[in-house]
Design a protein around this ligand. Sequence first.
Ligand code: FMN
Length: 363
Amino acid sequence: MLSLVYVSTMARPVTDEELAEILVIAREKNLQLGITGILAHQGSNCLGIIEGDDDVVRERFAGIRQDPRHINVREVAVDHISARAFPEWSMAFQSADPLIKDIPGFLDLFTDHPDPVPGGGSTSRAKALLEWFRKHPLAPLTDQGVGDAIEPRLHIISAAIMVLHDVGVERADMDQIADTAGISVDALRQHFPTRQSLLTATVDRWSSTLSRPLLPIAEQYGAVAYLHALIVAYSEEPALMRLLASTLAASSDPANEGAEYYRTLYLRFRQTIRTALEHDIRTGREPNTMEPARATEQLLALYDGLRVQALLVPGFDIIEAFDRAASRMRRGWSEDYRRTDLFEIPLDRTREHTARPDLFGSQ
Ligand SMILES: Cc1cc2nc3c(=O)[nH]c(=O)nc-3n(C[C@H](O)[C@H](O)[C@H](O)COP(=O)(O)O)c2cc1C
C-alpha cells in the first residue's frame, strides 16, 4: 500500500458549501476505492493524505491533481506502508456553520483537543506532516500567485520546514526544497545562495513560530513556566530539535556564515530568560536569594542539556525530567549559596581515584 501526502492552494476563496461538496463527493469516491486519509483545509492551504493500494492511490492523485479548484499541487511525501494510519477518509476545515459538523466525515481538527487525528497516536510521516499543518495551518506552503503575493523567502522557508520535517536536516537538500517550493534551484539560490543561509533563516522562523506565542507565559507565570512550555512545544517537534542541535556546531565555528547569527539568537534567548527571572524576583515569584544571571545559567544548562539527552536517549521523558529538576532547582534558590565540601578534595587524590577502574565497585 501507498501513503501519499500532498499540499495545494485553493485557486480562489471557497465557501463552506463548496468545501462541504468536496467532502461529500470525495468521501464517497474514496470509500468505493478503498482510500483512507484526510484532507485538511485552512486559509487557502490544503494538506491531503491518501492511502490505499499503490495503483489506486496513484490514479486518484492524478485525478485530484487536475481539479481546477486548487493549484500548486505538490507531492511532499510518498511511503510504502503495511498498515493504514487512518481508519477512514475525512475532511477538516474551520466553519462558522454548526451544521457542517454533522456531515459524515467532517473532522474537527483545528479546535483544541488532545488527539484530534483519527487512528490513535500511531506515528507515521504522513501523521507528522498533518500535525505540523494542524499547528501552523496558515504557514504559506504553496500560495504562489494567489491573492496577496507571499514574500518569496517565506514561501521557500515554509517549503524547507516541510522537507526538514519529512527527511530531517541531514538529508534535506536544496533540490528537494526547491521542488517542494515549486521553483527551480537557481530561483531558490537567488534568495538563499547557500544551504547554510537557508537553514539559518529556517531555524529563526520555525523556532519563533513555536516560541513567540508562548512568550506571554514568561511575564504571567515566570521564567520556569515559560521554559516548561517551550520544552512541551519542542518535544512535539523533534525535527526542529534536531535542526537546532545541528546548528550548535555551526554556531561555534567562526568561519561559518551563520555563526554570528546563531550566537545572537541564543544570546537574545538567554537575555529573555534573565529578564523574566529579574521580573520574577521583583514580583516575589522567585526569592531574592537567587541571582538572575546565575539562575539563567542553571536553567539553560538544564534546558539545553535535557534537549541533547532527548535526542540521544530512546524513550526519554523530557517534560518529566525538566519539571523535576527545575522544581528542585527553584527550591535551592531559596537558600544562600554555599559551596559544597566535595570540591575541597585535593586534586592529586582525585586523579589517583580516577585511575582506578573499579571506582564505583564495578568493572
Ligand atoms: C483539494 C482537493 C482534494 C480532493 N481530494 C479528493 C480525494 O481525496 N478523493 C476524491 O475522490 N476526490 C477528491 N477531490 C475531488 C476530485 O478532484 C474530483 O473533483 C472528484 O473526485 C470527482 O472526480 P471525477 O471527476 O474524476 O469523477 C479533491 C478536490 C480538491 C480540490
